[in-house]
Design a binder for this molecule. Structure first.
Ligand code: ZN
Length: 428
């Protein structure tokens, strides 16, 4: 199924410059640019062939009844955000008035003859380029990858240990201007500072692909059963042409392999990446040493925690990278999981190096609605009188040691303190 976009060439009132030929825009966005490492190729590659921009058409130029000086978008304030949405609506109305059947298209990109603004969301995307090569172009594939993927519903990618950083995942197209962009091989303009005007990449991570339905799930390794110990060989995430697994999923965590090639040519080297998806964003997870690009020896293994009291395994699986072959294009990961046990030690660094476990609503059993699952079949909750530890097996939820003291601030649970309390109060 194709996902064609309507590309609307728009200028503000009285500013009728047309920086490029129509074919320049057509090749940038549509199948006419096939093989040029532009947006048609990017979407196909990062969706395992599912996001197909075939049929994308360029319309315009259309002149708005709005001067650029009167445009009040661009910025993060609510008023600016509203102005952006109003502007999109104005552009779409203009196109409709000109006879464009916008409903026939999966999305809309407004293309300006100026870099006045750059944004995207479900209602559409806006970018522009004046052709002056002064800076990175708002129509660089790197930016348009993100803005057009916003149209499909994704938000920015983040890293789990720095949740307040808006563009935290340097390996992912849903983080802006990462250091891991690479110059376009076909649009080679340089700014006066020497920067590539049209950077491309990086690719889209597996958690984001899965969230959009863009991952070929016949190529996704999934756990079977509660207990397993498996060696999984991964191929580079976007290499549908190579045989084998393209990602592995353990509960919420998705494990993928990326190599410095094509869209990912700017990444520092072959790396295994781990993410989960929550809200509308992917969240990148560091290994036990805090590395985001996992290498050989990287692992997420609570039992290795300093001061571990007893090698306790948690419900989530252990992930270890055992080999990376940059020539054969494989990464080998060991995936292990044992059923949840009552822990003697709560590692405050797991899974995101946060001492505080953010409690959420857990729909397990009917005993309480506020808690956090800290492993498969294992969780803590905060009740009216104190804390509870619960384990689950099938449909059955068992509460243990009700009303022991969980220090709490709002709905946050202090994992380290809880560990101490558990060791004192709970018979293992
Ligand atoms: Zn964005």
């Amino acid at each position: 199924m194709a996902d064609p976009f309507a590309i609307l060439l728009i200028h503000f009132k009285g500013d009728t410059a047309q920086p490029f030929q129509r074919s320049w825009y057509e090749e940038l966005f549509s199948e006419k640019g096939k093989g040029q490492m532009l947006l048609y190729d990017w979407f196909l590659d990062v969706s395992h062939g599912r996001a197909d921009l075939t049929g994308t058409k360029v319309f315009g130029w259309y002149e708005l009844d709005l001067k650029m000086a009167d445009y009040t978008g661009s910025g993060a304030s609510p008023a600016a955000r509203q102005a952006q949405q109003d502007f999109l609506a104005l552009c779409k109305q203009k196109a409709r008035d000109e006879g464009v059947a916008l409903d026939d298209y999966r999305g809309v990109v407004v293309v300006l003859n100026t870099g006045r603004d750059l944004f995207g969301g479900p209602a559409g995307a806006v970018g522009g380029d004046d052709g002056q090569d002064l800076d990175v172009s708002g129509l660089s594939p790197a930016f348009m990858e993100q803005e057009m993927t916003h149209v499909f519903g994704l938000d920015h990618s983040k890293r789990a240990d720095m949740p307040d950083v808006e563009y935290g995942d340097w390996w992912d197209a849903m983080s802006n201007l990462t250091p891991y962009l690479t110059p376009s091989p076909t649009r080679t303009n340089r700014s006066v500072r020497g920067d590539a005007v049209y950077p491309i990449g990086p690719g889209l991570n597996a958690a984001n692909m899965l969230a959009l339905g863009w991952f070929d799930e016949t190529r996704l390794w999934k756990q079977s059963g509660e207990r397993f110990s498996e060696t999984v060989v991964l191929r580079p995430l976007h290499r549908l042409d190579l045989g084998g697994w393209l990602a592995a999923q353990l509960d919420d965590l998705v494990v993928e392999f990326r190599v410095p090639d094509r869209w990912d040519a700017g990444i520092p080297g072959p790396a295994v990446l781990v993410h989960y998806f929550e809200g509308k964003s992917s969240w990148q997870v560091a290994d036990g040493s805090g590395r985001l690009g996992w290498g050989v020896g990287s692992s997420l293994r609570p039992a290795d925690a300093p001061g571990d009291a007893g090698g306790v395994e948690f419900g989530y699986g252990d992930i270890t990278v055992t080999a990376i072959d940059p020539v054969g294009l494989t990464a080998t990961v060991q995936l292990d999981r044992s059923p949840a046990k009552v822990p003697q030690y709560f590692p405050e660094w797991w899974p995101t190096r946060k001492r505080w476990i953010e409690a959420g609503v857990v729909e397990i059993g009917s005993f309480f609605g506020t808690g956090v699952e800290i492993g498969v079949g294992l969780g803590v909750g905060v009740g009216g009188d104190g804390g509870v530890l619960f384990t689950t097996a099938g449909d059955e939820t068992v509460l243990h040691s009700p009303n022991f003291e969980i220090p709490k601030v709002g709905l946050r649970v202090d994992a380290a303190r809880l560990a101490v309390d558990l060791q004192q109060d709970f018979e293992i």
